[in-house]
Design a protein around this ligand. Sequence first.
Ligand SMILES: O=c1ccn([C@H]2C[C@H](O)[C@@H](COP(=O)(O)OP(=O)(O)OP(=O)(O)O)O2)c(=O)[nH]1
Ligand SMILES: [Mg+2]
Length: 158
Amino acid sequence: MVDPLPPAPPPGGLDVPVRLVAEGAPLPRYALPGDAGADLTVTEDVELAPFQRALVGTGVAVAIPEGYAGFVHPRSGLAARHGLSLVNAPGTIDAGYRGEIKVNLVNLDPTTPLTLRRGDRVAQLVVQPVVQARFVPVEELPASTRGEAGHGSTGQEA
Ligand SMILES: O=c1ccn([C@H]2C[C@H](O)[C@@H](COP(=O)(O)OP(=O)(O)OP(=O)(O)O)O2)c(=O)[nH]1
Ligand SMILES: [Mg+2]
């Protein structure tokens, strides 16, 4: 039997074709209405020693429409409780990418190993509009209020 289609996206939402590439992998899923990130799960058990990293599959491949990109972010709960993060946060999923979305997990807890189980929600996919720039070489950049000041130039106080 073919699974029923998920509900249509809300106004301003976007249909993104998803191919499940691992047995039993769920679709990316927004935990609550209005959430920006759709949770991604891992397809295998992973044991991460302190500061160890692992590239793990999520079991989903997507076709993000041109003009958009996916950004794979850590989940704040796992980060706060266990120090779980992504080495390359946020990971960039290009519109043209058809392979499995993988997550480069890292255990940033200095002392405690972390065990993740197949199906655990370890990251979240945010789909956003993006533009491709035309990088135009010039001799002089246009003036601005900030100019070349940066790296704390507006003050160190909170
Ligand atoms: O967390 C991530 C980041 C990227 N990708 C996939 C989708 C993305 O479109 C592709 C390339 O990512 P990126 O451009 O960040 O990596 P790269 O090192 O520049 O590889 P490439 O030379 O293939 O662009 O890898 C993932 O599955 N997970
Ligand atoms: Mg690249």
